[in-house]
Design a protein around this ligand. Structure first.
Ligand code: F6P
Length: 341
């Protein structure tokens, strides 16, 4: 078989572990040939690629980022995107393409699969919001980074009797905020799934200080919004790919809480540090398993599917199903977090 692999969308720790696993399983165990497209779908659309052999993937298991590069270019953004992809797949004699990506990438993968291309997807995102899989690799690493940051911020917050408003990633869902907030014992967790009431949030933080505590930690997902009319809030619109760019809810909340409470508040935007660096052991294992199973699915001719974790098993799920909805934080998970605040 000749297999093409690519990484697309925002990077995330564990991408290299998938690439390595695909190459090991395909080349060593099946005698396949593997090529890697550069910079996501862009590489497929421009036939920009390199051969991936065992030497090419040596030493990358624990490395963050992606050796192939990534971009947010999607075939659907180009008028002839699908036909260009089809042409290059035929010219290169590819029997399977393994795109590794999040929501946008998997939608593109589904589009190409519907057009008859031999696609086996692998889900990735630190946001953990792909509905068809219990967990995506990268999430565990991001939660670990955010939790360590929260632990560290507690000590400086206490020294200065401050409110720390820590903004974590999570455009549409609050999984990183929920898990890091629970792990670090944050005093309030604010997620996009549940628009917040600024009066309630101020009361929660205020009661802490009234009870004699010297600091408060608020974790807020970047996509969180106040209840309409609850406080001044303006979204900034879309970036060049149509993704929302946020007004900076961490900054806004810190200013609002400081003014309302008369306590110093500082915003801390963790940003891309959550996506950088070495993946945790959990993420390396999940990524490696996804890569292995993607190659197996390709050999079985199971196209138009993606790898998914269900319980402790890796299963194959139709791409169409995987891209139809996002996995949001359910109300009961949020309530569990509230009781430990
Ligand atoms: O989807 C993953 C993610 O890290 C989001 O949490 C975040 O909103 C977005 O990517 C940031 O994207 P970019 O790297 O394009 O700034």
């Amino acid at each position: 078989m000749r297999i093409g692999v690519l990484t697309s969308g925002g990077d995330c720790p564990g991408l290299n572990a998938v690439i390595r696993s695909v190459v090991h399983r395909a080349v060593v165990d099946h005698g396949d040939e593997v090529i890697g497209f550069h910079d996501g779908w862009k590489g497929l659309l421009e036939a920009d690629y390199r051969k991936l052999d065992l030497d090419a993937v040596a030493g990358i298991l624990a490395r963050g980022g992606t050796i192939l590069g990534s971009s947010r270019v999607q075939p659907a953004h180009l008028r002839d995107g699908v036909e260009r992809a089809r042409g290059h797949v035929a010219d290169l004699g590819l029997d399977a393409i393994i795109p590794i990506g999040g929501e946008g990438t998997l939608k593109a993968a589904n589009l190409l699969a519907q057009a008859g291309l031999p696609i086996v997807g692998v889900p990735k995102t630190i946001d953990n919001d792909i509905a068809s899989t219990d967990v995506t690799f990268g999430f565990d690493t991001a939660v670990g980074v955010a939790t360590e940051a929260l632990d560290r911020l507690k000590t400086t917050a206490e020294s200065h009797q401050r409110v720390m408003v820590v903004e974590v990633m999570g455009r549409h869902t609050g999984w990183i905020a929920l898990h890091s907030g629970m792990a670090a014992g944050a005093h309030a967790i604010v997620v996009p799934e549940r628009p917040f009431d600024i009066d309630e949030l101020t009361a929660i933080v205020g009661e802490r200080f009234s009870a004699g505590k010297r600091f408060a930690i608020v974790v807020v997902a970047e996509g969180a919004k106040p209840k309409p009319g609850s406080m001044a809030f303006e979204e900034r619109g879309k970036d060049i790919y149509g993704h929302e760019r946020f007004a900076g809810i961490g900054n806004l909340l810190a200013v609002e809480l400081e003014n309302r409470l008369g306590k110093e508040a500082r915003p801390v935007i963790l940003g891309h540090v959550q996506r950088g660096g070495t993946p945790t052991a959990y993420d390396r294992v999940l990524a490696t398993r996804f890569g292995w199973h993607a190659v197996e699915a390709a050999h079985r001719g199971e196209f138009g599917m993606l790898t998914a974790l269900r319980g402790t098993d890796i299963v194959m799920v139709p791409l169409a199903e995987a891209t139809s909805t996002l996995k949001t934080v359910p109300a009961e998970r949020y309530d569990e977090a509230q009781t430990v605040l």
